[in-house]
Design a protein around this ligand. Sequence first.
Ligand code: ATP
Length: 208
Amino acid sequence: MHRIAIFGGTFDPIHWGHLLLAETALHQVALDRVIWLPSLNPPHKQPVHFQHRIEMLQRATADHPAFSVSLIELNRSGKSYAINSLIDLSAVYPNTHWYWIVGLDAFQTLPRWYRGHEIAQMCDWLIAPRQLGGETIAQSESICKQVEQHLENQSSTVRWQSLNIPLVGVSSSLVRQFVCVGRSIRYLVPESVRSYISDHHLYTNESE
Ligand code: ATP
């Protein structure tokens, strides 16, 4: 039985926080592989073109033997839903115990995901703490328990564990905001991503 985690996101752009989450997950639960799954048409977001996000993901993960970037979302049209990608990936990787890497902010919304009650039970959830308003790490456990309870009330179960990492304040929106006002993003993203953003004038007013 393989042990694979999916790390879904918009990755607009990938940043060091994402990389730390994936590396921590890999070692904490002895995964064989982390599949980075960029969302083609994420609901409620209008990111830069998929090709740019893919390029940045590939550059940032190229030197890691256990990381791969999935383009499976290109096979579907319409909005991107996690459950469809998990079903498609399960066909490509049979005999797999699936994990899903997620930040606390995203996990909190799981009961509202498209077919969230089903996907909740299809994998083990690896949850990274994340600052939500004034919440602390201790409160993040209680937020996860609330999500678990919410799903249980609707006859769904969820297996989850917290990733053992410190709070990381980096977000893609922070990176975009820094670029937009001309601040340096060195050390917020890998150098290969920083140079890609600069070469393609991403996240500036005259973005491609
Ligand atoms: P944005 O700021 O544009 O909303 P983001 O930084 O949250 O983007 P996404 O690509 O939307 O990046 O996130 C993918 C996944 O990674 C989500 O589950 C999100 O919660 C998680 N994540 C991203 N950054 C962090 C972080 N600093 N700490 C914990 N989880 C994070």
